[in-house]
Design a protein around this ligand. Structure first.
Ligand code: NDP
Length: 433
């Protein structure tokens, strides 16, 4: 805290991860102390902060701050998204970069941890303004990234449009056509199944986790929150697996459809019309629409939070337990508060943390890197099959790591340990660097 003041999110992330690793750290105390493993782990290999000047539509020069934190490259090139949001600061980028190290390690693919972004707000900006910002941002960032060095991706505020502008500027300055960014359009190196990957991956992991706990997802009911990219494809895969999703939500309200969410209607409202969920009733007269929050009050077997951070609170956890919920699997990043997580675990609910359960997105980004390196595009089925294998593996690895240290069934501890061990082994093997 003295070394890095004013970075509360980073301190919180480090504390949470290290506390859950206590048992591993104590078992290896002497070795870790001598090698200063933890001290090295919490210090980014490199952090870059830079000026991003651009001209707005009125001819006025604007100045934003750009960041890239290259946290850990022990197991592969730095990999992690670029967040464009006014709340971005160094502490937030460091917190996300730190978490990314373990998530990427868990996928079993050769990707290190990093994160970046800017305090630029794309909301309300014209296409030309967004392009001017992205080009200026990449003009500086291109000095530090590359297909074998650091491969950024999208995140909040950075979608296909922004990735396209950044890729174009990288190619123009560096003069190389390489897979330096993921989340690209399909016409210039993007991967099939990337759009579906996080939602589908969540269900592949959930199904396997239920299976190793002696349960079958087929025939179960599920509550989903959110109605964005992760939520839509989670609902799609859940239905394909024979489960019935009865809720979805956005930031103003939520829908309860006892017959199961009509995915065609949801996609049309959210992906085509870009409208609010109030429209859902026009397609499904028997459904209910409620203002505010409330998806966790419905009696279901599964809860899949897919909207945003801190959206499943202690009172929601209590309601879920009371209604006999069997499992909570996180599609979003950090949707369940710490208090709610502990309550669910203490009451026998199977709990899969986002670090493991939503890793399908970054895993498929790593598959995009592989396709770019061999200058080939795999079919949707090929990518989807690999994704399925990766999620099943993650599930077994976190289960095995929890068991190995006497925490059977605690997948929060299991996921942290499984991700941590591989990175630390690689760091020690590579010497004092
Ligand atoms: P989107 O922006 O596509 O969707 C987010 C959804 O959540 C929207 O329906 C949004 O509603 C809703 N939402 C936002 N804030 C709230 C709130 N306070 N209460 C209720 N609903 C809310 O994002 P994604 O689906 O891509 O991401 C969702 C989560 O998953 C995020 O935590 C993200 O970091 C995480 N994630 C995403 C990955 C990906 O590949 N997309 C990969 C790994 C993690 P509205 O439309 O009203 O804003």
């Amino acid at each position: 805290i003295q070394k890095n003041p004013a970075e509360p999110e980073f301190h919180q992330a480090v504390k949470e991860v290290l506390e859950s690793l206590r048992v591993v750290v104590e078992a290896n105390e002497e070795k870790y102390r001598k090698e200063a493993v933890l001290e090295r782990l919490v210090e980014p290999e490199r952090q870059i902060k830079f000026r991003v000047p651009w001209v707005d539509d009125k001819g006025q020069v604007q100045v934003n701050t750009g960041y890239r934190v290259q946290f850990n490259s022990a197991i592969g090139p730095y990999k992690g998204g670029l967040r464009l949001h006014p709340s971005v600061n160094l502490g937030i980028i460091k917190f996300l970069g730190f978490e990314q190290i373990f998530k990427n390690s868990l996928t079993g693919l050769p990707i290190g941890g990093g994160k970046g972004g800017s305090d630029f707000d794309p909301k309300g900006k014209s296409d030309r303004e967004v392009m001017a910002f992205c080009q200026s941002f990449m003009t500086e960032l291109c000095k530090y990234i590359g297909a074998d060095t650091d491969v950024p991706a999208g995140d909040i505020g950075t979608g296909a449009r922004e990735i396209g502008y950044m890729f174009g500027q990288y190619k123009r300055i560096r003069g190389v056509y390489e897979g330096v960014l993921t989340g690209k359009g399909l016409t210039y190196g993007g991967s099939l199944a990337r759009t579906q990957a996080t939602g589908y991956g969540l269900l592949y992991l959930t199904k396997e986790l239920l299976k190793i706990n002696g349960k079958d997802i087929k025939g179960m009911t599920a509550a989903v929150s959110g109605s964005g990219n992760v939520a839509i494809y989670a609902i799609e895969k859940a239905h394909q697996m024979g489960a019935k999703v009865v809720t979805c939500s956005d930031s103003t309200g939520w829908v309860y459809d006892p017959e199961g969410i009509d995915l065609d209607a949801l996609k049309e409202i959210k992906e085509v019309k870009r409208a609010r969920l109030t429209e859902y009733k026009n397609y499904r007269p028997n459904s209910e629409y409620h203002e505010g929050r409330g998806v966790w009050s419905i009696k279901t077997d599964l809860a899949l939070p897919c909207a945003t951070q801190n959206e499943l609170l202690i009172e929601d956890a209590r309601a879920l337990v009371e209604n006999g919920c069997i499992a909570v699997c996180e599609g979003a990043n950090m949707p369940t508060t710490l208090e709610a997580t502990e309550y669910l675990q203490a009451n026998g609910v199977i709990f899969a943390p986002g670090k493991a359960a939503n890793a399908g997105g970054v895993a498929t980004s790593a598959l995009e890197m592989s396709q770019n390196s061999e200058r080939l595009s795999w079919s949707f089925e090929e990518v989807d099959e690999k994704l399925q294998g990766i999620m099943v593996n993650i599930c077994h690895n976190m289960d095995a790591a929890a068991k190995k240290y006497g925490f059977e069934g605690n997948y929060v501890v299991g996921a942290n340990i499984a991700g941590f061990e591989k990175v630390v082994d690689a760091m020690i093997a590579q010497g004092v660097v």
